[in-house]
Ligand binder design. Structure first.
Ligand code: 5AD
Ligand code: FES
Length: 352
C-alpha cells in the first residue's frame, strides 16, 4: 500500500485530526490493501473502547407528517403520494413495551417535523415512557425546535437528541433545502441541545447532490467544533417522488471510509451502521461495524405503518416484525464476531 496513505492514517489516529490532503488521499484511495488498513485501525479503536459490544436503539417512527420540504426526503410536505400516519400515545407506548420485552433499553422517537405533537403532547409521551421504563434512554429525533421546547422535553425525561446537520456548508445546505430552512438555525439547535445537557447526535448523508470533498471536510471540522456524542451518517438514496428522484445515490465505499475516519477522530463516539447503509448494500451494516461503527437502530414501529415511513426508495425491514429484525440483527452481528449488548450504550464520558 502507499506509504503516504499509511502515514496519514497513523497520523489521524495519533492526533485525532485530519488534514484536507489526508481526506483527499483516503477518499480517492482504491479499495483493497489501502482501505483495509484504514478499516483495521478504526475497528481496533472501537474494540479498545467498546469491545465487541454492539448497542441497539429501538426506533419508533411515530409520524410521517412533516411541515418541511427538504428536497431529498420522501416524507417532505410536497410529496402528495406519501401515505401519512400518526401513532397515538398508546401505540407509541406499546412499541416501547414490545421493545423492552426484546431487550432494548433505548428508544428513539423519530418523526417528521409535525406540529400536531405540540409541547404538551410530546412531554406527555416522554414522561409516560419514562414512568414505564425508568432506566431506559429516551432519544428524540423530531427536528428543529426552540430552546425552551428542547428544555421542556429534557425536563420531561428525554436524554438524547438526534439532529443531523445534513451539511455544514451553508451554500450546500441551500441546495438541499428550501429557503425557509437554514444551516445556521440547524447548528444553533445542536448547540442549544448540548448546552441543555442532552447527548447529541449530528450527521450527514454521503453523496447528496452537489456535495464536494470540501463540504465533507467542513462537516468534519464542524463536528470537531460541536463535539457530538453520536454521529449518524449514511448514503443518500434517491426517492422517486422528490426533486432529487433522478440524482445518483451516495457511495457505500465513501460512507465506509468516512465511518472509519470518524471513529479515528472521535474514538468514543456512538456511531450507527445505518438502515440507509443496509439498504444501499445488503451487507452494509456488517461492513459498517467492521469499519468502526458500534450501534444499530432496528425498527420498532408497528408493521402496518413501516411501509409508510419512506425517506428514500427501497428501505429495508418494512415487512418485518420487531422480533424478526431483532433475531436477524443478532445473527448478522454474531456472524462477524460481535455481540448484541443490552446496555443503554451511553457515551463513555457521559450519562444523564
Ligand atoms: N437518503 C438517505 N438518507 C435520508 N434522510 C432523509 N432523506 C434521505 C434520503 N433520501 C436522512 C436525513 C435525516 C435522517 C432522518 O434521514 O439525513 O436527517
Ligand atoms: Fe421532513 Fe425534511 S421533509 S424533515
Amino acid at each position: 500500500m502507499s506509504r503516504d496513505l499509511k502515514k496519514e492514517i497513523d497520523e489521524i489516529r495519533r492526533s485525532g485530526r485530519i488534514s484536507r490532503e489526508g481526506l483527499e488521499l483516503i477518499l480517492t484511495a482504491p479499495a483493497g490493501d489501502d482501505t483495509g488498513y484504514l478499516f483495521e485501525a478504526a475497528r481496533d479503536t472501537s474494540l479498545r473502547i467498546f469491545g465487541r459490544d454492539i448497542y441497539l436503539r429501538g426506533l419508533v417512527e411515530f409520524t410521517s407528517h412533516c411541515k418541511n420540504d427538504c428536497y431529498y426526503c420522501g416524507i417532505r410536505r410536497s410529496n402528495t403520494k406519501a401515505d401519512r400516519y400518526r401513532l397515538t400515545e398508546e401505540e407509541i407506548l406499546a412499541c416501547c413495551d414490545a421493545g423492552a420485552g426484546l431487550g432494548f433499553s433505548t428508544f428513539v422517537l423519530q418523526g417528521g417535523d409535525d406540529p400536531y405533537y405540540d409541547d404538551e403532547r410530546m412531554c406527555h409521551i416522554i414522561s409516560s415512557i419514562r414512568a414505564r421504563h425508568p432506566d431506559c434512554a429516551i432519544t428524540l429525533s423530531i427536528g428543529e425546535r426552540s430552546r425552551k421546547t428542547y428544555q421542556s422535553y429534557y425536563d420531561a425525561g428525554a436524554n438524547r437528541y438526534l439532529l443531523r446537520h445534513e451539511t455544514a456548508n451553508e451554500d450546500h445546505y441551500g441546495m438541499l433545502h428550501p429557503s425557509s430552512m437554514s444551516g445556521k438555525d440547524r447548528k444553533r439547535c445542536l448547540f442549544d441541545l448540548k448546552e441543555i445537557g442532552y447527548q447529541v447526535g449530528c450527521g450527514i448523508m454521503v453523496g447528496t447532490p452537489c456535495q464536494t470533498r470540501d463540504d465533507i471536510y467542513e462537516d468534519i471540522l464542524f463536528m470537531q467544533e460541536l463535539g457530538p456524542h453520536m454521529i449518524g451518517i449514511g448514503p443518500f438514496i434517491a426517492h422517486k417522488d422528490t426533486p432529487f428522484a433522478n440524482e445518483d445515490n451516495g457511495s457505500v465505499d465513501v460512507t465506509l471510509k468516512l465511518l472509519a475516519i470518524l471513529r479515528l477522530i472521535f474514538p468514543k463516539v456512538l456511531l450507527p451502521a445505518t438502515t440507509a447503509l443496509g439498504t444501499a448494500d445488503g451487507a452494509g451494516r456488517e461492513k459498517g461495524i467492521l469499519a468502526g461503527a458500534n450501534v444499530l437502530m432496528p425498527n420498532l414501529s408497528p408493521p402496518d405503518v413501516r411501509g409508510k415511513y419512506l425517506l428514500y426508495d427501497g428501505k429495508i425491514c418494512t415487512g418485518e416484525e420487531a422480533a424478526e429484525c431483532r433475531i436477524c440483527l443478532q445473527k448478522r452481528i454474531e456472524s462477524i464476531g460481535y455481540h448484541v449488548s443490552d446496555d443503554r450504550g451511553d457515551h463513555p464520558d457521559f450519562r444523564n
